[in-house]
Ligand binder design. Sequence first.
Ligand SMILES: O=C(O)c1cc(=O)[nH]c(=O)n1[C@@H]1O[C@H](COP(=O)(O)O)[C@@H](O)[C@H]1O
Length: 234
Amino acid sequence: MSDPKILVALDYSDKEQALALVDKLDPSMCGLKVGKEMFTLFGPEFVKELVKRRYNVFLDLKYHDIPNTVAKACKAAAELGVWMINVHAAGGRVMMEKAREALNECEHRPLLIAVTMLTSMNEDVYSELGFKRSLEDQVNHMAKMAKDAGLDGVVCSSWEAEKIKQGCGEEFKLITPGIRPQGSDKGDQSRIMTPEKALQAGSDYLVIGRPITKAQDPYKALCDISDSIVSHLS
Ligand SMILES: O=C(O)c1cc(=O)[nH]c(=O)n1[C@@H]1O[C@H](COP(=O)(O)O)[C@@H](O)[C@H]1O
């Protein structure tokens, strides 16, 4: 069976609240993403608990540091048994190559993914950074660099998915946050798309947080989103 398309972003400050949702789910419905908040609060033990429950766990710590530091952090993350980890493409080619090399020794190598440009970034915030390419071209450029460095895919917005698939190939995994079902609150995200459209655009995995975790009934919200994409799954 193929991996579930939805990755629920467990951005909770309360572990019991997170586990109350996890206990209602099963690993065939979705993967789980642990990010900076829960990892800082509850550490590797929490991650291991989710791995033990047989979920695909995406440890989203977005490493961005000198190559040696990132390589060692990636190896340590892989040893937790997670399914996917990520680094910032902005750390550069050598950093990504060293991260990839560090995973060669792992018994179960996690997918290694590069974050391109955050989905919260809009044109104004982007232009202040002073990149010479357009936002879309910069995302594409970073995706190609990540592919050359041997990474398995990138985090990008669904708006960039089609072009990246064309340039980097079908096998190159696209992980897209900034997913908002019709009518849901945008929050701090900028480059957003509905789950259905994101899959049509070429997204492989949909990262979804608040539309599920902040819903009155998170389990129902996840089921509704799952139902809405059934017809788009190949
Ligand atoms: O790497 C990520 O997961 C990530 C990259 C990115 O560009 N944008 C982005 O929103 N994310 C993460 O995806 C999740 C999105 O959450 P919601 O906006 O609540 O759906 C958060 O946990 C973010 O940390």
